[in-house]
Ligand binder design. Structure first.
Ligand code: SF4
Length: 344
């Protein structure tokens, strides 16, 4: 799959997306999202958390884009921005050529779904499974007949390897893996084009994680689904991803396919992130890069390159402290935001 990468500061003509053989399902054009910080006696706004800054991303049909980075780097905020759960400050978000950052209409709400990390928090403990999965069928698809709804919910349960006997049970009667299957079935109810998966396996046992990942892969092939897979676990993305975007302190610092990011990472942060994976032998342990210092606060991010206070690769003659590095295209699939690289 060819992917044209745009620099983080480039903008496209208003209300249009680039012409491609295959249009992206979701296109984020230079998107920034901030949260206000309140303080003082009168609880006035005294600052803002710059959660996402100038992010440009495209997600294509049938593709899994892995969004990776440390906790608090803005991954989940991007997912919420796509779903319209948080307002964006600047930039534009498109669903198949239609702008959605000003509000999602009913059709887009059917086509863009989200699966959260904790299935317990996603399922109403007082509702039966048939009603939980039937809710989007009723509210978004306009299904009113009970029998028709039961039949459709059963069909969805079977797609996630659950059975007829589960229809009238309550969430507490299921294991963690089964609950996540129910959440996935509910996300599938409206026949979506894209599902935002926010750490969908991190609350599950390792053995159950692989079952859920295999299920997601099967569903993707069957329905040509696109996934935005948000995770801090690189091995998960290695298993299911097509492309990867690495985030640090609200910025995308590197984008590429699996082979670019896992076997030829260019950004010092990507290299450190990959080297921090559990080592299986002494040689790998010796190659680990231990980053110094803490992640800076997104309320008061560093000047220039956001990674410069922790970077092991910069030298004094580089402009890292003053200048923000723009995204450099290294190949058709691979791009990086770092002053170590220049456009050919
Ligand atoms: Fe390090 Fe400079 Fe590259 Fe930032 S731009 S990652 S500080 S070398």
């Amino acid at each position: 799959m060819t992917e044209e990468i745009y620099t983080q500061t480039e903008t496209l003509p208003s209300k249009s997306v680039p012409s491609k053989k295959k249009d992206p399902v979701i296109f984020l054009d230079n998107v920034s999202i901030s949260y206000p910080v309140f303080g003082g006696i009168f609880q006035r706004q005294i600052g803002e958390v710059k959660a996402v800054q100038n992010v440009t991303l495209e997600i294509y049909p049938g593709e899994t884009l892995g969004l990776v980075g440390e906790s608090g780097c803005g991954k989940t905020t991007i997912g919420k921005g796509i779903l319209g759960l948080v307002p964006i400050k600047t930039g534009q978000i498109f669903y198949r050529n239609s702008r959605i950052d000003e509000g999602l209409n009913q059709k887009v709400r059917q086509k863009v779904q989200m699966v959260f990390q904790d299935p317990d928090a996603s399922l109403n403990p007082r509702m039966k499974i048939v009603d939980i999965i039937g809710e989007p069928l009723r509210n978004l698809m306009g299904m009113t007949k009970k029998l028709e709804m039961r039949r459709e919910v059963l069909n969805l349960l079977e797609q996630v390897s659950l059975k007829r006997e589960h229809l009238d049970r309550y969430p507490h009667e299921f294991s963690g893996g089964q609950k996540q299957r129910i959440v996935i079935a509910r996300a599938l109810a409206c026949n979506p084009d894209i599902i935002v998966l926010d750490e969908p396996t991190s609350a599950l046992d390792v053995s159950v994680q692989s079952q859920i990942l295999n299920l997601l892969e099967d569903l993707q092939q069957e329905f040509d689904l696109a996934y935005l897979f948000i995770t801090h676990d690189l091995s998960v993305i290695h298993h299911v991803g097509s492309n990867v975007a690495v985030m640090y302190l609200g910025h995308i610092v590197e984008k590429g396919n699996i082979s670019d990011i896992f076997y030829n990472p260019k950004h010092p942060y990507s290299q450190a992130l990959l080297s921090a994976r559990p080592a299986v032998n002494q040689e790998e342990k010796q190659k680990q890069i231990i980053l110094k210092g803490e992640v800076p606060s997104p309320v008061n991010p560093p000047s220039g390159c956001p990674f410069h206070p922790r970077c092991f690769a910069r030298t004094d003659d580089m402009p890292c402290i003053e200048e923000f590095p723009s995204m450099i295209k290294l190949s058709d699939t691979h791009s990086v935001a770092c002053h170590l690289y220049t456009e050919e």
